[in-house]
Write a protein that binds this ligand. Sequence first.
Ligand code: FES
Length: 57
Amino acid sequence: MIVCSCNFIREQQIRDAARDGIVAVEDIYEHLGCQPNCCQCFPFAEQIIREETRLAA
Ligand code: FES
């Protein structure tokens, strides 16, 4: 599933980055070589990060 339509970032890419310890949306986008544009994807991206960090705890 595409989370960020501005950058075509998929849910799995965010999950993988969060599992690697990157827990800020902006940092994940930078890690993927992207920059936030409209930021409408942030709430969903943050939800995914929370899920991954909760699973890792
Ligand atoms: S949808 Fe992610 S920055 Fe626009």
